[in-house]
Design a protein around this ligand. Structure first.
Ligand SMILES: Nc1ncnc2c1ncn2[C@@H]1O[C@H](COP(=O)(O)OP(=O)(O)OP(=O)(O)O)[C@@H](O)[C@H]1O
Length: 359
């Protein structure tokens, strides 16, 4: 499977998991069927492909509710829902998919579910009568829903890992900041921070998957995640704006490309160099200067347009830091008052970084 295919597969699984997440009427209905041990076979969507394999059954055509689903699952056969899942169209229906479609399942309910999903491309949910499992099928995708307690434990472990990675990231950002102010940065520090950003963003994605699957039960995890990672992507974008070879490059696009890298590619300096627009043979110890976007964004109430004008005129943070009030006054949108504020802001940042670095 290619990376692109696996990414789109993940996206599809995420959407499906949200559709059946705890807290939704759909999940409530499925859980009721599971507890009642009647078993169930549910097809979401009633297109031509489904019509072709549908035999018999009662036309119901009522609004979806978890109670209706539970009652109808007492009958044999499949339940067919509308495309959005908000209507129950048929119950007690016999499904006759192509028997030549490969299925790894043993029981008839699950075998049918897998074949119907592959043949129609629709989402099919099988609720086992005997084994206490809910299995989702969608095209080639098969996913057994995990118990909420199991996912919660995994999500909490991932949050702890995230906290550790975040501390390491914060430390390397702090170090980079101090070096930027002393004009001592080499590509080594830049790539290190970029790599750590990406590691944090990857754990974030993993936790988001758990949050999707947990639905209403994932509320606390969602809050913790938000608290840990506020502004993190914005910071990564600014880092790229500071160090990409071409100033005009779209930094969001690079963040996206970074996320699409395999774990192996991510640790390759040459790949990261290329992403930033440099030759893959660049020496990691080469000194490099920040444009200053990230640092300048930390000065309170300094509008983005002013930061842009500063970088356009001075090119590098080092030169902005060396400028006098009179020189800064020359920049579009900067008057004497603002020029003084920028110089004060830079000085405060420098002092703060020195203190933080020694804590
Ligand atoms: N082709 C089909 N169309 C509609 N319903 C079906 C079909 N095949 C099986 N079922 C439903 O599945 C029920 C149980 O079948 P079976 O025990 O073989 O499945 P299973 O996959 O072992 O599931 P379980 O784990 O629930 O026992 C049937 O009584 C029927 O309600």
């Amino acid at each position: 499977m290619t990376d692109v295919e696996s990414k789109s597969g993940e996206k599809r699984l995420n959407e499906i998991l949200q559709f059946v997440a705890p807290g939704t009427p759909m999940r409530e209905g499925i859980e009721n069927v599971l507890r009642a041990k009647t078993g169930g076979l549910i097809v979401i969507g009633h297109n031509d492909k489904v019509k072709d394999i549908l035999d018999g059954g009662f036309s119901i055509n009522c609004t979806f509710s978890s109670a209706h689903l539970y009652e109808l699952a007492k009958m044999d056969g499949a339940i067919i829902l509308s495309d959005s899942g908000n209507k129950i169209l048929y119950a007690n229906a016999q499904l006759v998919p192509d028997p030549s479609i490969y299925s790894s399942e043993t029981g008839m309910r699950h075998r049918t579910a897998e074949r119907v999903a592959k043949q129609t491309g629709n989402l099919v949910i099988a609720i086992s009568q005997r084994r206490n499992v809910i299995t989702l099928y969608h095209g080639e995708l098969r996913y057994a829903l995990k118990e909420i307690g199991v996912i919660l434990t995994k999500a909490n472990q991932a949050i702890q890992t995230l906290e550790k990675y975040k501390t390491v990231l914060d430390h390397s950002i702090l170090n980079l900041g101090a070096l930027e102010l002393e004009d001592l940065v080499t590509f080594k520090e830049v790539l290190q921070v970029l790599h750590r950003f990406e590691m944090v963003l990857r754990i974030k994605d993993e936790i988001n998957d758990y949050v999707n699957e947990l639905g209403a039960e994932g509320h606390l995890i969602r809050l913790q995640l938000a608290e840990l990672l506020t502004g993190i992507e914005g910071e990564a974008v600014l880092l790229i704006k500071d160090y990409a070879n071409d100033k005009a490059v779209d930094p969001h696009q690079i963040v996206k490309q970074l996320q699409d890298l395999s774990s192996f590619e991510l640790i390759e300096d040459s790949v990261l160099f290329k992403l930033l627009g440099y030759s893959s043979f660049t020496n990691i110890d080469t000194p490099v200067m920040s444009r200053g976007y990230r640092m300048l964004s930390k000065i309170p109430r300094l509008p983005t347009i002013i930061i842009e004008n500063l970088v356009t005129d001075y090119k590098k943070l080092k030169h902005i830091m060396q400028a006098s009030v009179e020189q800064l006054d020359e920049v579009d949108g900067i008057g004497e008052v603002r020029a003084k504020k920028i110089i004060e802001g830079m000085k405060r940042l420098k002092d703060q970084l020195l203190i933080d670095r020694h804590l």
